[in-house]
Design a protein around this ligand. Structure first.
Ligand SMILES: [Fe+2]
Length: 194
């Protein structure tokens, strides 16, 4: 019971302005200028849009890092399982690549700029960078399991932040991302069983 209360209070803390969990206190969401355009009036207040954009920016940075890792492994996998892993990784990096566009454009719809450089991604991503030299095939699978689990945890953390602000489209998007990452982690994890 105490655990549930703690979770609730951490969700509330996360949804308060300026209380969004950040990696290294790096500001990750800059509001875009409106100049002659009318102010955004979509029923989500400014502080909530900033908090949600920060969460989406972190999910985007982690998704992009995991995308690059998966594409790298598609290129560099070796060993007796080459054919199946090469093809499996292609399906996974293609899905991840497509999702980066959806995440970035949701950030823009909330009035913020989307991060999109290696410098920005390296500051805010939780998923580690691609290994400097290609690991063995099953070590690649282990790295990808951890990566999908990490992105799922980060996305899941921000679902209540979006939901409590009335941002159902972002809550739905993050929920869909968790579904994909949980399922992909399961498939990869299954390769490691005897
Ligand atoms: Fe290819």
């Amino acid at each position: 019971m105490a655990k549930v209360v703690n979770k609730k209070s951490s969700v509330l803390a996360a949804s308060a302005p300026g209380k969004v969990p950040k990696k290294g206190a790096v500001k990750v969401a800059d509001e875009s200028g409106s100049r002659n355009a009318p102010l955004i009036n979509i029923g989500i207040d400014r502080e909530d849009r900033a908090a949600i954009a920060e969460g989406l920016s972190r999910v985007l940075a982690d998704t992009y890092t995991l995308y690059l890792t998966t594409h790298n492994f598609h290129w560099n996998v070796t060993g007796p399982h080459f054919n199946s892993l090469h093809a499996m990784f292609m399906g996974q990096y293609t899905e991840l690549w497509g999702s980066t566009d959806v995440l970035a454009e949701r950030i823009r719809a909330l009035g913020h700029y989307a991060p999109g450089s290696y410098a920005e991604f390296s500051k805010i991503a939780t998923v580690p960078d691609v290994p400097a030299s290609p690991p063995k095939a099953m070590e690649m699978v282990r790295i990808l399991v951890k990566g999908h689990e990490t992105v799922s945890r980060i996305a899941r953390e921000f679902i209540p932040v979006a939901a409590e602000a009335g941002d159902d489209p972002t809550a739905d998007l993050l929920t869909a991302r968790c579904t994909v990452h949980d399922q992909t982690a399961w498939m990869l994890r299954s390769l490691l069983e005897d």
